[in-house]
Write a protein that binds this ligand. Structure first.
Ligand code: PGA
Length: 250
């Protein structure tokens, strides 16, 4: 049985003090969420160490939002996987569309990052998703399949077993436009099929999250789909009550 996960991507929001408070609110309300649902929060780098203290001993897991594609050394401004592990992270988001779009992250770079993260003991939350133009041209299945193949097909089955996939249509991120449950389900099923073509039965055990304007009002319908195993939540993760309400939708 694959895991149900609800992960909060805080992006570049909150001060350290506000982030610590938000983490405390999530931890305090976590007992309301069914124990079958794993909660994860992904604060900015500066918040990881104090937030790790808050989530320690709780059911809430800690994730980064990115990592370097190099092990260590003269890479000004970068944060390595070993640094993340030393800050008590268990996960890192990788390949978010905002990283791909604004910071030029290529599939080749993501291969390096995903492999380094796994080797360090982190589980990558690997994001894929088409933009509006690609969707309107009817290329969404191909685009997402390519993103999956270019990066995840380079992994061994043992490595793949550590990966969480997140499907996030770019046109739905932060726009208030959610993919319908039907649109999301058909892409999730396609991702699982692409994974099965390479990894066989392991594909059934891979958690695939939906992201893009997921909120308390639409989470139930999305999470009811057979291939949607949870959510990667942006805006709604900045309010503990909304984040918890989403996780309670299972
Ligand atoms: P959103 O962001 O929920 O604010 O649309 C999701 C994400 O980018 O992870």
């Amino acid at each position: 049985m694959r895991k149900h996960i609800v992960a909060g991507n805080w992006k570049m929001n909150t001060t350290v003090a506000d982030g610590v408070n938000l983490a405390k609110e999530v931890v305090a309300a976590a007992s309301e969420v069914p124990s079958s649902v794993k909660l994860i929060i992904a604060p900015p780098f500066t918040h990881l160490v104090p937030v790790a203290e808050v989530v320690k001993g709780s059911v809430v897991g800690l994730s980064a939002q990115n990592c370097a594609d190099k092990v260590s050394g003269a890479y000004t401004g970068e944060v390595s996987v070993d640094m993340l592990v030393s800050a008590s992270c268990e996960y890192t988001i990788l390949g978010h569309s905002e990283r791909r779009q604004y910071y030029g992250e290529t599939d080749a770079k993501l291969v390096e990052k995903v492999k380094l993260a796994i080797a360090a003991g982190l589980s990558p939350i690997f994001c894929v998703g088409e933009n509006l133009e690609e969707r309107e041209a009817g290329r969404h299945f191909d685009v997402v399949a390519e993103q999956v193949k270019n990066v995840l097909y380079t992994l061994s089955a043992e490595e793949m077993a550590k990966v969480i996939v997140a499907y996030e249509p770019v046109w739905a991120i932060g726009t208030g436009k959610t993919a319908t449950a039907e649109q999301a389900q058909e892409i999730h099923a396609c991702i699982r099929k692409v994974l099965a073509d390479k990894f066989g039965a392991l594909a059934d055990d891979i958690t695939i999250l939906y992201g893009g304007s997921c909120k308390p009002s639409n989470a139930k319908e999305l999470f009811a789909c057979p291939d949607i195993d949870g959510g990667l939540i942006g805006g709604a993760a900045l309010k503990a009550s909304d984040f918890i309400a989403i996780a309670k939708s299972f």
